[in-house]
Design a protein around this ligand. Structure first.
Ligand code: NDP
Length: 282
């Protein structure tokens, strides 16, 4: 019998997730269906309930429901999986698994980002100086896998300082991350520090907005990673013009989907051919 999955968001029409999961299913021979579902802004929990009643096995969750997904999950990362961190520290969840009487929640965004940088771009994160721009759901989801992989101090740079501070507070409450140096900095207040990896986890690219960055922010050979994909953002343009290697977040999207696919189907798909196929699309 076909196992039913979906991605829930608002908006959702742009989502590439159905295509990615169909490619994974074809590649691995898994019998699954995967569709995009638009939930009303006040109707996330009701949509999840409907899917459960209709026999779906799980779903992905995207903007703006990732924090709500955390709240409705009965358990977070209830099984320990290779390379998949629980969403607990992030308080944002992008993957739900429907079991008989409970909902399990995971966040695979962080593993997706770390895999894309380390495996696809072949850049080890250990000891790298990282600047994480943004303090929303995406930044929250990747923060702890980044710290675990880099084992080094990290700066959170956000338009609204309070949100960067609150992200630091949330993560610092966890024993595992207490000893890390995390510095929240407001837009316009970066000093002369240089970074090896600068990650744009804001949605500024959606409106072609510039991120205020000092021109010497990129260390020699730095990677500038924009989580947005599909077009060059002002951040990527700035990074290229200032000597960094600028890349988009398409690989992260495919890698996080692969982690989710593994949680659901217990099969690890090949990501490279899927990334290559998506890159060829207009
Ligand atoms: P949120 O709405 O939760 O957070 C938005 C963040 O962007 C906040 O830090 C906000 O700052 C900042 N921001 C918004 N507009 C601007 C602007 N004009 N200038 C500067 N900062 C701005 O969104 P998410 O965190 O969920 O998503 C962020 C981005 O990451 C999206 O573009 C999303 O598509 C992408 N993403 C990509 C993934 C992938 O797999 N490639 C996975 C997840 C997300 P403030 O706090 O001041 O409001």
């Amino acid at each position: 019998m076909t196992d039913k999955y979906a991605v829930i968001g608002n908006p959702i029409a742009h989502s590439k997730s159905p295509q990615i999961h169909r490619m994974f299913a074809e590649q691995t021979g898994q019998d699954i269906s995967y569709e995009a579902i638009l939930a009303p802004l006040d109707g996330f929990a009701a949509t999840v309930e409907r899917l459960r009643k209709e026999g779906y096995k799980g779903c992905n969750v995207t903007v703006p429901f990732k924090f709500e997904a955390f709240k409705i999950a009965d358990s977070i990362g209830f099984e320990v999986m290779d390379a998949v961190e629980s969403g607990h520290e992030a308080d944002a969840v992008n993957t739900l698994v429907f079991q008989k009487n409970k909902i399990g929640g995971y966040n695979t965004d962080g593993a997706g980002l770390v895999n894309d940088i380390a495996k696809n771009f072949k850049i080890p994160l250990k000891d790298k100086r990282i600047l994480l721009i943004g303090a929303g759901g995406a930044a929250a989801g990747v923060l702890h896998p980044l710290l675990e992989a880099s084992q080094s101090p990290l700066v959170i740079y956000n338009r609204t300082l309070r949100k960067a501070e609150s992200l630091k507070k949330t993560i610092s409450q966890h024993e595992k991350f207490r000893h890390f140096s995390i510095k929240p900095v407001e837009f316009g207040k970066l000093g002369n520090e240089q970074f090896d990896i600068v990650i744009n986890a804001t949605s500024a690219g959606l409106t072609d907005s510039e991120i205020p960055l000092p021109p010497n922010i990129f260390a020699p050979g730095a990677l500038a990673y924009d989580m947005m994909y599909g077009r060059e953002t002002p951040f990527m343009k700035f990074a290229r013009e200032h000597g960094a290697r600028a890349v988009d977040g398409l690989g992260m999207l495919v890698e996080q989907a692969a982690e989710t696919f593994y949680i659901w189907c217990r099969v690890r798909p090949e990501t490279a051919p899927v990334i290559a196929a998506l890159r060829k699309q207009p």
